[in-house]
Design a protein around this ligand. Sequence first.
Ligand code: AMP
Length: 366
Amino acid sequence: MKLQSVRGMNDVLEPQIFLWQAIESRIHDLYRQFGYVEIRTPIVEPTALFKRGVGEETDVVEKEMYTFEDRNGESLSLRPEGTAAVVRSMIEHNYLRENPVSKFYYIAPMFRHERPQKGRYRQFHQYGVELLGSPDASSDAEVIALHSLLYTDLGLKGVELRLSSIGCNDCRPAYRTLLSGLLEKELANLPEDFHKKIHTNPQRVFDLKNEGAKVVASKLPKVLDHLCENCRVHLNGLKNRLKDLGVPFELDPSIVRGLDYYNRTAFEFTSSHLGAQSAAGGGGRYDSLFENIGGKATPAVGYAGGMERLIMLLEDSNPAKRPRPIVYFVGVDEAGLQRCEPLCFELDAKACIARSSMRRNPSKLS
Ligand code: AMP
């Protein structure tokens, strides 16, 4: 049997790795500049964390997780996203008691058993931040503006910010009931696997790709017209703050995030250059997640973007494909080659890439 990498999981080779490293380094710098501290959590977590955190009704948990029993019979899963694990870690270490407002970031591999296509993989990498402990709209604005700055700074073209509010525990139940009632009358126009979501998560109708469903969705009442006073004030505060910071956005009430923990602010950066998988990244507020996984109520907001999609957007334009000059020595014979080797070592130490070979084999270097 020929051994190959697992479908949807890719090697990153030269020269692409240089671009990965350059972008990762820029992301590390920018996040640190804004006071975010790196956090590294395990790749594997108890399955229950994602069931309770991300939500049992979500596609990610229902259909896409890599779940297995370890040798002790415990159900574990490869993490499909980063936020639930960061929150689990905060609760476990009681971290926010000493640091009531904390800012973390990560750049890490995630795993989802999706159908692979351009921009969609089974192992992919996310860069992201979590701003914990602040209920203020200015924190949402900071997380958004930070990524707008990142994309501008990297020279990304055609990136747009789409913003919405998906309500809170006070106003969302009534809106959902309203949607469920209307959707019940449209069963014939909705895909069968969505029928059971009509009562559990009717807002997902706005995310359906099927043409009939899109027509149904376009006629439904919009969430922005059904927000409670507190959600409206929060959204207006965020819009004003973004205007102050000079971050352009478009209100888009059709945004529904694929993970259940979001409330109020929901946003996405999209790019027309990405094709069908147009989201460069997405985020929002998740004020109930701490409680859902056994912690004290803690307001929070976060964002995660896809590294592979960033690489796709930058691949053609970024000149930093090779980080260092290359010097290539060719020895005319064995003795000559021996003289080259210490020279290579010396140049390597001075941050060049130096290589040597005999004249017979000089072709390897591109
Ligand atoms: P999500 O956690 O679903 O909000 O995803 C945040 C971002 O991660 C998306 O906007 C994508 O850029 C990226 N992403 C999510 N799933 C995948 C995937 N299967 N392959 C590549 N990138 C992904």
